[in-house]
Design a protein around this ligand. Sequence first.
Ligand SMILES: Nc1ncnc2c1ncn2[C@@H]1O[C@H](COP(=O)(O)OP(=O)(O)OP(=O)(O)O)[C@@H](O)[C@H]1O
Length: 361
Amino acid sequence: MANLDLAGVRKSFGANTILHGIDLAIEDGEFIVFVGPSGCGKSTLLRAICGLDEVDSGDIHIGGRRMNGVPPAERGLAMVFQSYALYPHMTVRENMAFALTLANRPQADIDAAVMKAAQALRIEPLLGRRPKELSGGQRQRVAIGRAIVRQPSVFLFDEPLSNLDAALRVQMRIELARLHRDLATTMIYVTHDQVEAMTLADRIVVFNGGRIEQVGPPLQLYHEPDNLFVAGFLGAPAMNFLSGEVRDSDGRQAAIALAGGRALLQVVLASAPARGQKVTVGIRPEHLLADTAGGIPATVFAVEHLGDGAYLYATVAGSGEQVIMRADPEMTWSAGQVLALGAVPGRIHVFGEDGQRLKPA
Ligand SMILES: Nc1ncnc2c1ncn2[C@@H]1O[C@H](COP(=O)(O)OP(=O)(O)OP(=O)(O)O)[C@@H](O)[C@H]1O
């Protein structure tokens, strides 16, 4: 087990700077999830941590030891890839034992380590099979098992579940959470899956263009995003954004004109912007209300029924902006219906012209 400390980590490929000075401290035993749009540098940072790529500048400390220049095999890490990377000619047992065999560990120790990992992942009956005789989920378990037997101080996962079907992903996600509880080892996990990020992470790191936008516990990021990028990135469907203008402000309380001036929203902020400033108001689909006295008129143009909920797609009068609202599936909704939009109190976000969230009072 080990903590990890990244300080000013920079990495370029040719003229392209991919990582622009990453600072990140990861506690011993934490489950950290990296998210961000495609190409933002998540895998590059993972490869730098495990030593597959050297950084241009900055320091990587693992368990207090500076790892710059240390070969991957000596960093005490184990990486699990999306593509499993199992040896096809070896059995599951041989695949799992490989690193320990290479290290000339006594056979009895190897057998015990393989059996313990196989039991943790419930793959003992598969130990004699070759990878081609396994399902995708079983192969992924073997890849994780191979990482476990090495007893790494940190696990690195690069989208390990993305090749699995939806049901298997859910099962493996729950197993990974259990594994983390049992092993209590530091884990760094890259994913595009919002549910994996929200459910597995102790803290999520949101990347954008080779920089960290925000780090925090999942629900903190969801409910208190620092800026428009994080607000729009986390959550599916995404947060609705409405453009507004401050009509009146006493430095704390502000009246924001929305929907092209058809509606006035009163907010109380720690520091409200001055009259005339442009702002963006953010409201999540599940926090919009359909029938609010004095609400903003919006016309439904599409309805999606999901069984456990419904999504209404509506156009806001005055501005033509489109919003998505999560609605009660027991009620009747139809295209052409006019809503009076409001929001759950305390769930309205206001962002300034620079995209930063304005803290509520
Ligand atoms: N070996 C390399 N040589 C040149 N460019 C590279 C190399 N590896 C990565 N890149 C570039 O670095 C950028 C970041 O890639 P990276 O794989 O880290 O992104 P990512 O956030 O993991 O993306 P994804 O979510 O799609 O996996 C991309 O523009 C990619 O093309």
